[in-house]
Design a protein around this ligand. Structure first.
Ligand SMILES: Nc1ncnc2c1ncn2[C@@H]1O[C@H](COP(=O)(O)OP(=O)(O)OP(=O)(O)O)[C@@H](O)[C@H]1O
Length: 844
């Protein structure tokens, strides 16, 4: 019944009437929402603010003349044409400023016109240029405090400084706490207001440092400071965001720029890290002393040392001259020893003292580095993620977004009670529902209770090598071999020390950015290292990728003696080179052992301080970086012959400054074997074709979800980090290489020790009558030192590896030393020289 009645009632109403009402309602709503209305309102408010400002300012000068008239007529002054006032805005101006100044708040009334200005600006520009709530607070508190302050302190000046409100409050306060109390309270209130409003910086004048600190921070501390600062920033940002957010998952409207936590979270300290684009100052490198400076210390030294040619100030020459007959261990303070001690430190740069490091101008900016954040994209993915998870009954507490160069990380805090393993299990379904290529789910993000969903950006940003190399972290670090790899999702530059990695394995399907990645690493090193500090051994079975670098062979490359090409492409030669590197490693170990040093850095420091005698084979040892561009080809053709020396180098070479970078297109288990993997803790995966490949390289899936073009995952220090690899184009590499190659280099590439295949030597029976002319000398040396090492023969007798090796074989055949024991020295079977003499006599 009742429903029938309503129906009837509705019927009775004429349809046009209904329609009209409805339309009107909608129109008003739309009108209010219309952005044109906002603009008009904005301009109107601007004008109000301007009118008030003019009236107030004019009042400051005309108040005396106009005050009586306004007081006498009250609001009537507005319409009384006979009253003539002096305010610039006429009777209205005089009245309105009288109202605000005299009857209201005095000079603090300007706060009101500032407030109109703020609302007007926000309306006009259609967004929150200024925060309304915050400014409203400032105005209200200002109107409460300042008039009282002015009334109290400016009493007796005639002008209504604090207006009626100020006068009344000040006199009340005066009665309440007395003059002194009022003065103190008001001063405190006014100062507090100013601090709250403007937060001025109070700084004591900086004291001048007493002495200039020259030493850079120790490596670990410098690193830690950098990390702490970054962490602090991130934590502060996050805390701010948390505060701003509502308790539900709604992460604050994404369309508001100023106060949007997603945005402020996103805009990381990106720019902070960029140092001015000046040619790199190589702070950590040993200083190149000018030839003039070098000559001064010699001026009052004994004649012999003073004569040394500036060009050749190297330990080999100097010590040779002065230590001819001296035993280094002699404790006596001989004049000669004094000279050595007083020599300036050895400077490895002096070999090529005019060498100029490549300037950053050789690199290009690839597009704008500004990360493009599309609020609509962020909002829509956020909603999609929330609704997708809700389909699986997963409720979310909060969601944050961090926009990186290629992907955006949505970090989710699941509601209480949601098990992370459930989300992990639903990984594929969620990825499918989100239906974007390359979604990676990290459940949970290590070290946090949150879940990460990485979604590729529609518009990706290229990370230029130039940006990374000009960053503070790259320019001012204390790394042995700094390499700039790329940018993390939070836009932090990923710059690491290859010496701590200590080797690097790279894999990725063809065309996904491997070669660019290799170039980025090589270029980083070329920008930071002097030719005396670094040598590359480049192996490139594909014969294309690394050939660019052949022009710098006399500066930065190493090769086998007698070889024509410095870039090794032939498998047989690769095997020889790898074995030669093993010998170099063993030789270096011997040197380090003799010098009592644990690693290359200590050894070189000792050598630079001239604590090691070059006569005993000591020399400044450059880092050696072995780069293999296509490892799969090598393993396929040479198998164990390649794998064994690589495994040996990977296990042992770190301490002696030999580091390996191995790249492959095919990360299958027969190529990246267990032995290789175990010795390469740092690994990079560009996009690979399957989850199995990803597992082979990273021990986990994810690399198959990458989006190519330098998008990569790096497993380093037990952490998996997604990076956008720095981009350096071939023409840029060309320019750098030709810049270096045009400069004076060494006469030839750095020579690796000679390696002779043992198989070739085998079978050649040793005939005692055919023994080497140096056989006896070698036997004495070995017996005197009681060390059966080929490198000892090489160094002390200045022999090539071949001859020293042959001599050692002869000594073995003669029963003086035992059989080879790999990298360990052979046993010496004869203990004293007299025993040796007898033995040699018997041999005839
Ligand atoms: N970091 C990067 N930023 C932007 N684009 C990149 C990046 N790395 C690679 N690319 C793009 O991808 C292309 C292929 O890269 P690259 O030559 O390094 O692949 P690859 O994996 O070495 O391939 P292949 O194994 O066939 O040599 C480049 O020419 C470039 O256009």
């Amino acid at each position: 019944m009742a429903s029938n009645r309503t129906k009837d009632k509705k019927k009775k109403e004429s349809p046009e009437q209904l329609k009209q009402e409805k339309e009107e309602q909608i129109n008003v709503k739309e009108l209010v929402k219309d952005e044109r209305t906002h603009k008009i309102a904005g301009i109107a408010l601007f004008i109000v603010s301007l009118v008030l400002f003019i009236a107030f300012t004019s009042y400051l000068f005309t108040w005396k003349e106009d005050q009586d008239k306004v007081l006498r007529h009250g609001a009537g002054v507005l319409f009384d044409e006979e009253v003539a006032v002096s305010n610039l805005l006429g009777r209205f101006g005089a009245w309105v400023s009288h109202l605000f100044f005299y009857k209201g708040f005095g000079v603090s009334s300007y706060l009101i016109c500032s407030f109109f200005f703020i609302i007007g600006t926000n309306f006009l520009f259609g967004k929150k240029v200024f925060s309304m709530a915050r400014n409203l607070k400032y105005v209200l508190v200002g109107l409460l405090v300042l008039p009282v302050f002015f009334s109290f302190f400016m009493k007796g000046f005639g002008f209504p400084w604090g207006g009626a409100f100020g006068n009344y409050s000040a006199s009340w306060l005066n009665g309440f706490v007395g003059t002194a109390g009022t003065g103190l309270i008001l001063s405190l209130a006014a100062v507090s207001y100013l601090i709250w409003r403007f937060n001025p910086v109070f700084k004591l004048p900086a004291r001048k440092p007493k002495e200039i600190i020259v030493d850079p921070l120790p490596e670990e501390i410098a690193e830690r400071v950098a990390i702490d600062v970054n962490e602090k920033f991130a934590i502060e940002e996050q805390a701010k965001n948390q505060l701003k957010k509502e308790s539900s998952f709604t992460p604050v409207p994404l369309t508001e720029e100023k106060e949007n936590p997603l945005h402020s979270f996103i805009i990381n300290e990106k720019e902070e890290d960029v140092a001015p684009l000046t040619p790199l100052p190589f702070a950590e490198q040993p200083q190149t002393e000018s030839s003039v400076e070098m000559t001064i210390p010699y001026a009052d030294k004994p004649k012999k040392a003073a004569k040394i040619d500036e060009e050749e100030i190297g330990p080999a020459l100097e010590i040779k001259n002065v230590t001819d007959d001296e035993d280094e261990d002699d404790d006596d303070e001989t004049p000669v020893k004094k000279v050595v001690e007083n020599l300036p430190p050895y400077d490895p740069f002096l070999d090529l003292k005019d060498y100029k490091f490549p300037s950053l101008n050789l690199l290009e900016n690839h597009g704008s580095e500004k990360i493009v954040q599309d609020p609509h994209e962020l909002e829509s993915y956020k909603n999609q993620i929330i609704s997708t998870l809700r389909n699986y009954d997963i409720e979310i507490q909060k969601i944050f977004a961090t926009v990186g160069p290629t992907v955006t990380l949505y970090e989710i805090v699941p509601a209480a009670g949601v098990r992370i393993s459930r989300i992990k299990n639903l990984e594929d379904d969620i990825a499918l529902s989100l239906a974007a290529l390359g979604i990676r789910i990290i459940a949970p993000i290590p070290g946090k209770g949150t879940i990460g969903i990485e979604v590729p950006n529609v518009k990706k940003t290229v990370v230029s090598m130039k940006t990374l190399l000009s960053s503070e972290k790259f320019q001012h670090n204390n790394f042995g071999l700094p390499i700039a790899i790329g940018k993390k999702i939070d836009n932090e530059n990923f710059i690491v020390d290859l010496t701590t990695m200590p080797h690097l394995l790279m894999a990725g399907a063809t065309g996904q950015g491997k070669s660019v990645g290799l170039n980025a690493i090589l270029v980083s090193l070329l920008y930071k290292k002097h030719p005396s500090q670094l040598k590359f051994v480049l192996i490139d079975p594909k014969k294309v990728e690394l050939s660019l670098y052949r022009h710098i062979e006399n500066h930065f490359l190493a090769k086998l003696p007698g070889e024509e090409e410095s870039i090794i492409t032939d498998t047989k030669k690769v095997i020889n080179t790898l074995n030669a590197l093993c010998i170099e490693m063993d030789n270096r170990y011997d040197l380090l052992k003799e010098a009592g040093c644990r690693n290359l850095r200590e050894y070189n420091e000792k050598f630079v301080a001239r604590k090691l005698n070059p006569q005993k084979g000591h020399q400044y040892l450059p880092f050696i970086v072995l780069v293999i561009d296509e490892f799969a080809d090598l393993i396929m053709t040479a198998g164990k012959e390649v794998e064994m020396p690589i495994a040996r180098l990977a296990q042992l070479a770190r301490a002696v400054g030999i580091h390996l970078i191995i790249a492959t297109q095919r990360p299958s288990v027969n190529i990246i074997t267990g032995t290789i993997k175990a010795n390469f803790p740092a690994r990079i995966a560009f996009k690979v074709s399957s989850k199995v490949d990803s597992r082979t390289i990273l021990d986990t899936g994810g690399a198959e979800q990458l989006i190519g073009k330098g998008d990569m995952l790096i497993s380093y220090n037990g952490e998996l980090t997604r990076l956008q690899c720095a981009f350096v184009d071939t023409p840029e590499v060309d320019d750098i290489v030709s810049f270096i190659s045009k400069q004076r280099g060494y006469p030839q590439p750095f020579l690796l020790p000679e390696y002779v295949d043992e198989k070739e030597l085998e079978g050649k029976d040793f005939d005692l009558s055919d023994r080497d002319a140096l056989f006896e000398d070698a036997a004495r040396l070995i017996v005197q030192n009681q060390v059966g090492s080929t490198s000892l023969l090489q160094r002390r007798m200045k022999l090539g590896y071949n001859r020293a090796g042959r001599l050692m074989d002869q000594l073995e055949a003669a029963g003086i030393v035992g059989p080879s024991q790999g990298s360990k020295a052979r046993d010496v079977l004869i203990k004293t020289e007299s025993e040796l003499n007898q033995h040699l006599e018997m041999m005839g």
